[in-house]
Design a protein around this ligand. Structure first.
Ligand SMILES: *Cc1c(COP(=O)(O)O)cnc(C)c1O
Length: 463
């Protein structure tokens, strides 16, 4: 499989080059040249263990990695030591099937992609030599998952920006307690969108990017989307087997449109998915888009699901690219218009919909708390606030024509105050989190300007 850019000025390049490039050098996002149709393999695939299924799916997109190497990358990423007891188990709670994606080292779904990305980087560097400096921006969970994906790895340094004081104390400690020499935490004065802007500015400076050998771990990196495609297949197979249903729906809480985009690719490949339920919190640019066809930024609200407190969804461009018929010129025009006016629009179909593959809604703070409380009361199961956004939205929009699988994107222990507020009890606990508060930390504070971050990188790597 070769890769091209949504803006049309990169390509065609191999998978490993796409992984190293991260954001396209032309400012676009890298996408596979085509989406494979796997309908003929579903029957065989539905009997596979997670790692074997991951291998079958990923090899379709990563033909430049020898099979034996790819197997080893996958087995190391998804061993029982890393994900305990499994990568993506589905549990039944009341009427819902919950896909628990938080069994990795930082207790959030991003571990699934970032463990593999860390192993991919290491593999590529071991073949090509040289080093890689990763720059990332986090609204909370990406940072720690990325840090755990590459900590201690040779030839890789990681610089992670988070908005100072705007990630939860636990999220902050999950990052800043990692003291490996190759890990650099940066607290930026500003919002997450400021961090993303700085990152895009730096990544857009192609000369600096080359000189500093910068790579990306944000969900713009294609390998992350790819790793996430796997669990949409595995969970759909699991629930098909347990219910006998022909197809399933997924409810996906989203901010950057990464996870739900992986579900959409799975659907296009032929996974037995009838529809995707896209769920946002009060930062609802994506749910507004799928209901009106207009994608326009609003104010950023702080909510109890901070990893989705995002107005500009960095992965949306990939979806839009397909929506405009894979026309890079049209896509570039629309993104430029969005850049200058903060708004873009697509036409609605005859049913007045943007896309029948999606239904979309938003959950407000009260709905999130009520959903956590109800689920705990009725089914003795504690949802984290991000997961609750998806569950609340699914309850309203799913209908009853197919089983619904709700993605559980974090363990509730990462967000104890929301759990306490919803249930009145201190039940959002996990030993790995309890331990964090007594560990030493390391972090640097910088102003919200690209130049400050650039200077730090240059000084650290000796540029
Ligand atoms: C990152 C994150 C999300 C949103 O994921 P996207 O890929 O941006 O849609 C949801 N929940 C949690 C816990 C997260 O960390």
């Amino acid at each position: 499989m070769k890769y091209k850019s949504t803006r049309g000025r990169v390509g065609l390049i191999d998978f490993q080059d796409a992984v190293i490039m991260g954001l396209g050098d032309d400012g676009g996002l890298l996408v596979p040249q085509s989406i494979p149709d796997v309908r003929g393999r579903l029957k065989h695939w539905s009997g596979l263990e997670y790692n074997d299924l991951a291998f079958e799916i990923i090899r379709l997109f990563a033909g430049d990695i020898p099979d034996a190497d790819l197997r080893s990358i996958i087995n190391r990423s998804y061993s029982k030591v890393v994900f305990d007891p499994a990568v993506a188990p589905v549990v039944k709670t009341g009427p819902l099937h919950v896909l628990e994606l938080w069994h990795g080292p930082t207790l959030a779904f991003k571990d699934v992609a970032l463990q593999m990305l860390g192993n991919l980087f290491e593999h590529i560097l071991s073949r090509r030599g040289g080093e890689l400096n990763i720059l990332g921006a986090t609204s909370g969970d990406t940072g720690s998952a990325a840090i755990y994906g590459v900590r201690g790895r040779r030839g890789i340094r990681i610089f992670i920006m988070h908005p100072a004081g705007r990630v939860s104390p636990i999220q902050e400690r999950q990052m800043t307690t990692v003291l490996d020499e190759n890990v650099h935490n940066i607290a930026v004065d500003g919002s997450f969108d400021d961090c993303q802007r700085i990152m895009k500015q730096i990544a857009g400076d192609v000369e600096f990017k080359r000189a500093a050998r910068l790579g990306a771990v944000n969900s713009v990196n294609w390998a992350r989307v790819l790793a996430q495609i796997v669990y949409f297949f595995s969970a759909a197979f699991d629930v098909q087997k347990s219910t006998g249903a022909a197809g399933v729906k997924f409810s996906v809480p989203t901010g950057n449109f990464g996870d739900v985009l992986a579900g959409w690719y799975a659907m296009k490949m032929g996974a037995p998915i009838n529809q995707l339920i896209l769920a946002t919190n009060a930062n609802d640019i994506l749910s507004r888009f799928f209901n009106t066809g207009v994608y326009s930024t609003g104010k950023v609200y702080q909510t109890s699901s901070p990893s989705m407190d995002i107005q500009v969804a960095s992965n949306f461009e990939r979806y839009l690219y397909y929506k405009v018929g894979e026309d890079p010129q049209k896509l570039s025009d629309m993104m430029n218009q969005f850049g200058s006016t903060g708004s873009l629009g697509v036409p609605l179909d005859q049913q007045g919909k943007v896309d029948a593959d999606f239904v979309a809604g938003a959950a407000d703070e009260q709905q999130v708390l009520d959903t956590i409380a109800k689920h705990y009361r009725d089914y003795d199961y504690v949802l984290d606030p991000h997961t609750a956004v998806g569950v609340s939205t699914a309850m309203r929009l799913a209908g009853d024509d197919a089983p619904v699988i709700c993605l559980a994107t974090a363990h509730p222990a990462k967000f104890p105050s929301a759990i306490r507020k919803a249930t009145g009890q201190d039940i959002g606990r996990h030993p790995a989190i309890d331990k964090l508060m007594n560990l030493p930390t390391r972090c640097l504070n910088l102003p919200g300007e690209a130049s400050a971050v650039k200077d730090l990188i240059a000084a650290t790597i000796g540029l």
